[in-house]
Write a new protein. Structure first.
Length: 161
């Protein structure tokens, strides 16, 4: 028995893309590419601003860090726990983010000496244009012990003549 012959239906004719439709898709693609590029550029600019702000803040915190480090190196209790030649071991940071609040901020950094290391915490504020330490300085040692260093006397601003 022969298979019945299939009725062949002609395939629909291919539609030609019109020139205005082609331009429309091209324009839409271009708009999408420009929008994505704008988003990427904006994100990069914002990241650069945040990084520059943080670098500026850390540079500003170098002055109170030096005051704290000088107080620690002069303290007998800190010398007993950390040893001689106490120095900055990096990790300078602060509580919070964004603009630096000159009326009060808490800074943190690591110190090391011949006997060991510690993490320093100190409160500072800008008074009369210069940074001052506003409370006791704490050094947390790896074992959990905390050493308190008295705040240094208020220091007048350094003036270079």
């Amino acid at each position: 028995m022969e298979a019945p012959a299939k009725a062949s239906t002609p395939s629909p004719p291919k539609k030609k893309r019109s020139l205005p439709r082609l331009f429309g898709y091209s324009f839409l693609g271009l708009v999408v590419i420009i929008a994505i590029a704008a988003i990427v550029i904006r994100a990069k600019i914002q990241a650069d601003k945040r990084r520059n702000l943080e670098e500026t803040v850390l540079q500003e915190l170098k002055q109170p860090q030096k005051i704290v480090l000088d107080a620690i190196t002069a303290d007998g209790g800190a010398q007993e726990a950390l040893g001689e030649e106490i120095k900055d071991a990096g990790g300078l940071g602060r509580d919070g983010s964004g603009e630096l609040d000159g009326t009060g901020t808490v800074l943190h950094f690591d110190v090391s000496g011949s006997k060991g290391k510690g993490r320093v915490t100190a409160a500072a504020a800008k008074e009369k244009g210069a940074w001052q330490i506003t409370g006791d300085i704490e050094i947390e040692l790896p074992g959990g012990k905390t050493i308190k260093v008295p705040k240094p006397a208020d220091k007048p601003p350094d003036i270079d003549l």
